[in-house]
Design a protein around this ligand. Structure first.
Ligand code: NDP
Ligand code: GUA
Length: 485
């Protein structure tokens, strides 16, 4: 069991199987976004510590790559069980550092375990090929091998499940990892280190380093021993990492920003669309890369949808994530609140009408009212920018063609949603939308069995599903001659 006294808020880093502080002894405070209080510290590590973690991972790789698929599957199954045995404690830790409601944290921890179990199963299905040979005396064999040491950099909005999509396939494939969790939510990542240790994952296979993003990132990107980097976070940082990867020609997987459209057609089941819209927008206080950024509602039902949606938004219970019944926690920090206020101010200046919320919540701190803005227009900033907060702009459209064109008018392409009861339209529109993930009459579609990832500037590669292990494997072609055939 995850005892709060032993694993709770690990304040050290895991490098080569040892729990250590920064060389300088420096630390960074971690705060609870619901109260602003410091809940602990973490080491402020940099280049030197990261290089040692890479060395440890490279050394561990030499033996870990030789383990059988069955051994790795067993380790992952044990990790799954350890996560589930500690689901409540891990959820509480997640809420404490991130702010989301406990029910969402429990869901995220459960989802993490589900990814790990999925990849335990996939470890045993890393099949190769025997290709019909053009030569009668040679045979052509294709095998798959682990890429080697991977670097994994994760964000604060899903501090547990984003790691599970990276550590899970890495271990399944036989890779070793250096992980850098977000500075604002490091304890969920450090708990992964503690759990990997507890279930017997060999020393050096998973290393967790906290501290300066720039220095840790640079050490990972510069090292020729790190063969792949997997990142979830902003498009801006993702582009920096892609540029840096060129010098050592690393594989990269990128889960970046989104600008999700949510289309509601006149023929939609309006109550279902409202419920799906609330979930797709206000989950994690709107701080999800797949959260709706823009609602497009057809003119025939615009007013009815706006009224019902605003009522549902007003009914959401805002509060500390640790209180039972809370549906929306605080935003991650003051910058997030300032950005949301700026976007609302810009919309109001350009004729937007606030029909729910619109301001800081009476609880103070970084709590913000679930907000709905009617009469949204293309010139408003949120039609192009990722909001990452609890604000729902409602745009109006007339035709299906117009809606699809508006939805696609962005450099992003992660998630999109639409509501219709017309089967032909369901196919036409889902085929016309330039996005990696499409929810038809559904507002929350993430599952470990389906591929998660974006097109355009939303990223490269897919996580989860049978495709989610591909980026952790290299394909090797072996031509066997001299067989005397
Ligand atoms: N697609 C998604 O899921 C996410 C999208 N975002 C978007 O990005 C915006 C900013 O959020 P933020 O958390 O700052 O996202 P970032 O992209 O800045 O951070 C994500 C991770 O990258 C690390 N990082 C930051 N700079 C570098 C660097 N130069 N080299 C290597 N690693 C780096 C961060 O470390 P550290 O924490 O130490 O800064 C963190 O671990 C959000 O408002 C949102 O729009 C944010 C999070 C997730
Ligand atoms: O915001 C993200 O980066 C991932 C969202 C995961 C989910 O939909 O649960």
């Amino acid at each position: 069991m995850l005892q709060k006294t032993h694993y709770w808020r690990r304040e050290a880093n895991l490098i080569g199987g040892e729990w250590v502080g920064a060389d300088s002894g420096e630390t960074i405070d971690v705060t609870n976004p619901a109260t602003g209080e410091t809940i602990g510290t973490i080491p402020k590590c940099g280049k030197a510590e990261t290089e040692r973690a890479i060395e440890a991972a490279a050394e561990a790789f030499e033996s870990f790559k030789k383990t059988s698929a069955d051994e790795r599957a067993k380790l992952l199954r044990a990790l799954h069980d350890a996560i589930m045995d500690n689901q409540d404690a891990l959820a509480e830790l997640l809420t404490l550092e991130q702010g989301k409601p406990l029910t969402e944290s429990r869901g995220e921890v459960g989802m993490s375990a589900a990814y790990v179990l999925w990849f335990a199963e996939e470890a045993r299905r890393i099949y190769g090929d025997l290709i019909p040979s053009p030569w009668k005396d040679r045979r052509i064999m294709v095998t798959k091998q682990p890429v080697g040491v991977i670097g994994a950099i994760t964000p604060w909005n899903f501090p547990s499940s984003m790691l599970s999509r990276k550590i899970g396939p890495a271990i399944a494939a036989g890779c070793t990892a250096v992980v850098k969790p977000a500075t604002q939510t490091p304890y969920s990542g450090l708990a992964w280190g503690a759990l990997c240790e507890e279930v017997g994952i060999p020393k050096g296979v998973v290393n967790v380093v906290t501290g300066s993003a720039r220095d840790i990132g640079a050490a990972l990107m510069e090292s020729s021993k790190v063969r792949k980097v997997t990142f979830t976070g902003s498009t801006e940082v993702g582009k920096v990492l892609i540029r840096q990867s060129a010098d050592t020609v690393k594989k990269v997987s990128m889960e970046l920003g989104g600008n999700a459209p949510f289309l509601v057609f006149d023929d939609a089941d309006i109550d279902r669309a409202v419920a799906g819209g609330i979930a797709a927008k206000f989950r994690n206080s709107g701080q999800t890369c797949v959260c709706t950024n823009r609602f497009y509602v057809q003119s025939g039902i615009y007013d009815r949808f706006a009224e019902k949606f605003a009522e549902a938004a007003k009914a959401l219970k805002v509060g500390s994530g640790l209180e039972e019944g809370t549906q929306q926690g605080p935003l991650i920090d003051d910058n997030a609140v300032a950005k949301v206020e700026e976007l609302i101010g810009d919309a109001v200046d350009k004729g937007g009408k606030v029909i729910a919320g619109g301001k800081r919540h009476e609880l103070g701190g970084t709590f913000f009212e679930p907000t709905v803005i009617a009469d949204a227009k293309p010139e408003m900033r949120f039609s192009k920018e990722e909001i990452f907060g609890p604000v729902s702009p409602l745009f109006k459209f007339e035709t299906e063609e117009e809606a699809v064109a508006l939805a696609n008018d962005t450099e992003y392409g992660l998630a999109c949603y639409f509501y219709t009861q017309d089967l032909g339209r369901a196919f036409r529109v889902s085929e016309g939308l330039d996005y990696g993930l499409v929810g038809v009459n559904e507002g929350v579609i993430t599952t470990e069995v389906a591929p998660f990832g974006g097109v355009k500037e939303s990223g490269l590669g897919r996580e989860g599903s049978k495709y989610g292990i591909d980026d952790y494997l290299e394909i090797k072609y072996v031509c066997i001659g001299g067989l005397g055939l």
